[in-house]
Design a protein around this ligand. Structure first.
Ligand SMILES: Nc1nc2c(c(=O)[nH]1)N[C@H]1C(S)=C(S)[C@@H](COP(=O)(O)O)O[C@H]1N2
Ligand SMILES: [Mo]
Length: 525
């Protein structure tokens, strides 16, 4: 096999390109899923912690306040040298370089889990970075471009006529180097995107943490005693922000500085209205507990939660704008271009559809729409709960379409009457004897008047219903159960405040929400 410097150089370039792509992807993945676990930060942090004092002192003496940058640059150079070596090794001994890159990734992932601020996903950016680098290296070295660039010159009787190809001028080599360089450039671009994302969300997070929410002019009614049942494993009455489901189309969480935020209300109105953050905060705010659900929530699923929202009734703003009599929809748009079409009536009736700034006593978390989102009791999120909202256009359903209605989902999205069994957990073993069955039931806007439970083929029995926070929130329920050994199936159905019984007709989430009774199987022993 030809091991000319040309071939080695080409393989080294492939290693560097592949590693740059992996490292860049690792930075972006970290910015998205595990901000403290960027592969560079992990390796750098470990080195800083492990370095002897004299080394730290020397670094500070040499580089001063740029010591951390110097460290990161140093790590970068060492990783690139390792990557070049991995490329050369791979070209010689197939798989050796690929394995080396993957091992570096796994090692950095393991280091990530030892860091003080490690989370569940901390290993992910490094391991994926290694895997991406390994795959890219393999693809580059198995490409036709590499084969062409490193092909031995045809054996010729007249050796003098065959000139050793020059890496810089041979077109096939130039083509391969362009591939390797392109791979590296993509890596740099992706890494820069990751760094910008992190910097952007860090800056807006700082702004968010400094915000002191105004007191509500109309506070949420006090929690009635007996609204929260004490059953381990039952969904809490109010879902903590960190556990609240998140659904959106944003790959990168939009970072909107409140100082730059504007809401424009226009379209079929008498007077356009523009609202700034300071103006919004100065208005008399309303606080309400509301259960929000995603239309994609399957029967028994957890894409549903309840929070105490603080905001200003959208009704008041629409009134200020003066809505045309023949408008019937408001198309809301977010900073990242998502749109939802909400029936005008749901925003103008007395249900207190909110332009929300607070969630459970805090400014909205970035992922839940900071600084401002919509919350409309009774409607699925996709037609109403626009996060990072910046624009309300008063229009008509026969004139405008929204993000998900354009993709086949129903134009109207009232939340269906639903109930869920949380305890016991489906598929879990239950001890024979006194047990409890418990769950939640909801139909925001209407409210719940009862929940029935059926065990195996027995009669439907009415469960104990906790006090409701309001008609807009889910209600907890429970039922004592003498569990006898064997396999059992348990199902539940809710009864709405208007007397409607939850349907057993099974429907998939598309196009307007799942229906059917939540049924679980448990083994009692
Ligand atoms: N900007 C924006 N807002 C959005 C969405 C989105 O994709 N982009 N998704 C909607 C959907 S489908 C749901 S179910 C809710 C979810 O809100 P949450 O993530 O705060 O639970 O947000 C709604 N608002
Ligand atoms: Mo949703």
């Amino acid at each position: 096999m030809d091991a000319s410097p040309g071939r080695r150089g080409m393989a080294a370039a492939a290693g560097v390109g592949a590693a740059a792509l992996g490292a860049g992807a690792g930075e972006l993945l970290a910015a998205l899923f595990a901000p403290s676990a960027s592969p560079f930060a992990v390796i750098g942090g470990t080195l800083i912690d492990a370095a002897p004092t004299w080394a730290k002192d020397t670094a500070i003496a040499w580089f001063g306040t740029a010591d951390k940058t110097a460290l990161l640059v140093g790590i970068g150079i060492i990783l690139l040298a390792l990557a070049a070596a991995a490329g050369i090794a791979e070209a010689r001994w197939s798989r050796s370089g690929v394995i080396a890159l993957a091992v570096i990734g796994v090692a950095a992932g393991a280091l990530a889990l030892t860091r003080a601020d490690a989370g569940l996903l901390s290993w992910l950016p490094s391991v994926l970075a290694g895997a991406i680098a390994a795959v890219a290296l393999r693809m580059l070295l198995r490409s036709a471009a590499f084969a062409g660039a490193t092909a031995s010159p045809p054996a010729s009787a007249d050796r003098a006529e065959v000139r050793a190809p020059d890496a810089a001028t041979d077109p096939s080599r130039r083509r391969f180097l362009a591939w390797a360089g392109g791979t590296a450039l993509v890596g740099v671009a992706v890494g820069v995107a990751g760094a910008l994302t992190k910097a952007g969300s860090a800056a807006v997070s700082t702004v968010r943490e400094a915000i002191r929410l105004p007191r509500p002019a109309t506070p949420a009614p006090a929690v009635p005693s007996g609204a929260a049942l004490e059953v381990p494993g039952l969904a809490p009455l109010i879902t903590p922000n960190r556990d609240f489901y998140r659904i959106d189309t944003a790959l990168i969480v939009p970072t909107v500085d409140p100082a730059d935020w504007r809401l424009r209300i226009h379209g079929m109105v008498a007077d356009e209205v523009t609202l700034t953050w300071d103006e919004l905060l100065a208005l008399p705010l309303t606080e309400r507990a509301v259960t929000l659900s995603c239309v994609s929530n399957p029967v028994g699923g957890d894409l549903v939660g309840t929070a105490v929202w603080l905001g200003y009734p959208i009704r008041e703003l629409l009134q200020r704008a003066g809505v045309d009599a023949d408008a019937d929809m408001v198309l809301s748009t977010s900073a990242d271009g998502f749109t939802a079409g909400t029936p005008l009536a749901a925003l103008t009736d007395d249900r207190d559809a909110l332009l929300a700034i607070g969630m459970n006593g805090e400014p909205l978390p970035l992922a839940h729409g900071f600084p401002v989102r919509m919350v409309v009791p009774g409607l699925y999120g996709y037609v109403s709960a626009t996060k990072w909202v910046t624009d309300l256009e008063v229009t008509r359903f026969d004139r405008a379409r929204a993000y998900w209605t354009d993709r086949g989902w129903s134009e109207r999205g009232p939340i269906k009457l639903q109930s869920r069994i949380d305890v016991p957990r489906a598929g879990r073993a239950v001890d024979a004897g006194d047990a409890v069955i418990a769950g939640v039931a909801w139909q925001p806007g209407t409210g719940i008047s009862g929940v029935d439970v059926q065990i195996d083929d027995g009669p439907w029995e009415r469960a104990e219903l906790a006090s409701a926070l309001s008609a807009d929130t889910w209600v907890q329920w429970r039922m004592p159960w003498r569990a006898e050994a064997g396999e059992h199936s348990i199902r539940c159905r809710a009864i709405a405040a208007d007397g409607t019984v939850q349907t057993d007709a099974v429907a998939a989430p598309a196009p307007d929400g799942a229906s059917g009774w939540h049924t679980i199987d448990v083994t009692v022993s």
